[in-house]
Design a protein around this ligand. Structure first.
Ligand SMILES: [Zn+2]
Length: 461
């Protein structure tokens, strides 16, 4: 006989479930049993529940699904604040030589920093698109997965790769790329070693060649075949800048979306970062194939990439989630502030005051992200039977207390403090502090590794 599930009761809080109907309760409750949500509804929790190990008074709080980040590059945590006034291609060219010097100690510390910053701000599911694998520098993928497991955050490692160096017409220097065969073999090994396909998995792997201008056509093609043979998802960067569009037209005689389609890279098992420069026909192709998009508004602004057509994508039925993107192009590394930035950036322009609403922004950062990661049946909304990944946001302090609508307060207001976040029913944040890791120790380790990298890369003496 299995032991009865331990229950956590959260009540007296506003609840935004982000279910299909957008159900909200001004004062409601949620019951966690083990790693699942058992019930959610208006008013106090049902009386007479057994096995209640914790009762949380959520007065003055908003309860939402945990935030889901759909695009990131953790290693960039230790190269923040560089090349601060560059467009994408110039920024990449400036940073590749430094990135090519990373090692396992650096990727581990940087992953911890990236994860800690997001988890503290309500992220319960993270992803890392890691595509820099210098030879002989240790088990970089393992170091990143270890960091996520230690933090207690649900995680997808998108095993990236680059095989189109400068001598093959690509953007990265030759010393920063792998061979086609090495990239495919290492990706397959990572899937075999770490991918967990089960319901509630804490670690998933995706196949993730970096971008059209840093990988060969063959790597895209064979990467897609590998992913489908293994039953894992596919991720890459797409249609980020006008320069990328020009690159594709010159080299392949077509725009990025057609190029992706020709290599097997449109489909409901694919999600792509950015998708800024999309014609109506590109959006229609994404909608038809259910290809997902990771919208990264701050990074797009930082690199002057442009404004993704998120309202048009949503209207067409394209799955859209939010992404921080790497912190070399979004130094804050927070996802909860991306809710606000997504709303603001998509409203830029005349008569766009309702282009994206506060509730749509919250949906992008929760359910939308879950859908893009292929996990909408497990996470992304507060519904009975789903995994207990949730955030209790404090709304009764100076920053938010005078705003009556808690969802408007969360999205439009200052970054809200997290009183409690749970992943699989287990606390990750309590009273604004991580309980699964020592933030101060991580801050020291990331500073040390950032200095080490700067020294090795010759940025400092
Ligand atoms: Zn990126």
């Amino acid at each position: 006989m299995t032991a009865p599930a331990e229950r956590i009761v959260i009540e007296n809080c506003a609840v935004a479930t982000v279910d299909a109907d957008g159900t909200e309760y001004p004062a409601g409750h949620l019951v966690v049993a083990g790693d699942r949500i058992e019930s959610v509804g208006p008013g106090p929790a049902p009386a007479g529940l057994e096995g209640v190990v914790r009762r949380v008074d959520g007065t003055g709080h908003l309860l939402t699904p945990g935030l889901v980040n759909t695009h990131h590059h953790f290693y960039q945590w230790i190269t923040r604040g560089l090349a601060t006034d560059h467009n994408l291609f110039d920024w990449l060219v400036a940073l590749y030589p430094t990135w090519a010097r990373i090692d396992e100690a650096m990727t581990h510390a940087a992953a911890q920093g990236s994860l800690a910053m997001m988890a503290r701000g309500g992220v319960t599911t993270a992803m890392d698109h890691h595509y820099v694998f210098p030879r002989g520098t240790g088990d970089l993928s393992g170091s990143i997965i270890r960091a996520a497991a230690g933090m207690g955050v649900r995680f997808t490692l998108a095993r990236g790769s680059m095989d189109r160096g400068e001598s093959d017409g690509g953007l990265p220097p030759d010393f920063a790329v792998e061979t086609l065969d090495d990239a495919l073999a290492a990706t397959e090994e990572t899937i075999d070693k770490h991918h967990d396909a089960s319901f509630g998995a804490m670690t998933r792997i995706a196949v993730a060649p970096c971008s059209p201008f840093s990988v060969s056509t063959e790597l895209l093609r064979q990467g897609a075949e590998l992913a489908r043979r293994k039953g894992v998802r596919l991720h890459t960067h797409g249609s980020e800048t006008v320069e990328e569009e020009q690159f594709c037209r010159e080299l392949f005689g077509m725009g990025p979306t057609d190029y992706f389609e020709s290599t097997g890279w449109l489909g409901e098992d694919v999600w792509m970062a950015h998708c800024v420069h999309m014609a109506d026909s590109d959006i229609a192709a994404f909608a038809r194939t259910r290809t997902g998009v990771a919208h990264c508004p701050s990074s797009n602004a930082r690199l002057a990439a442009g404004i993704a057509r998120v309202p048009d994508m949503l209207a067409a039925g394209v799955p859209v989630g939010l992404g921080v993107d790497g912190t070399a192009s979004n130094e804050s590394g927070e996802l909860h502030t991306e809710l606000r930035n997504a709303l603001l950036i998509n409203r830029l322009g005349a008569h766009r005051e309702a282009a994206l609403t506060a509730r749509q922004a919250l949906r992008l950062g929760t359910y939308g992200g879950a859908r893009v990661l292929g996990r909408a049946g497990e996470i992304g909304s507060l519904e009975a039977g789903k995994l207990a990944d949730l955030v209790l946001w404090r709304m009764d302090t100076l920053a938010h207390a005078s705003i009556a609508d808690p969802v408007a307060a969360l999205v439009l207001g200052a970054a809200a403090p997290v009183t409690l976040s749970l992943v699989n029913g287990r606390p990750v944040v309590e009273d604004g502090r991580l309980v699964t890791a020592d933030e101060d120790a991580i801050a020291r380790a990331t500073r040390e590794q950032a200095r080490r990298l700067a020294r090795i890369a010759g940025l400092t003496g």
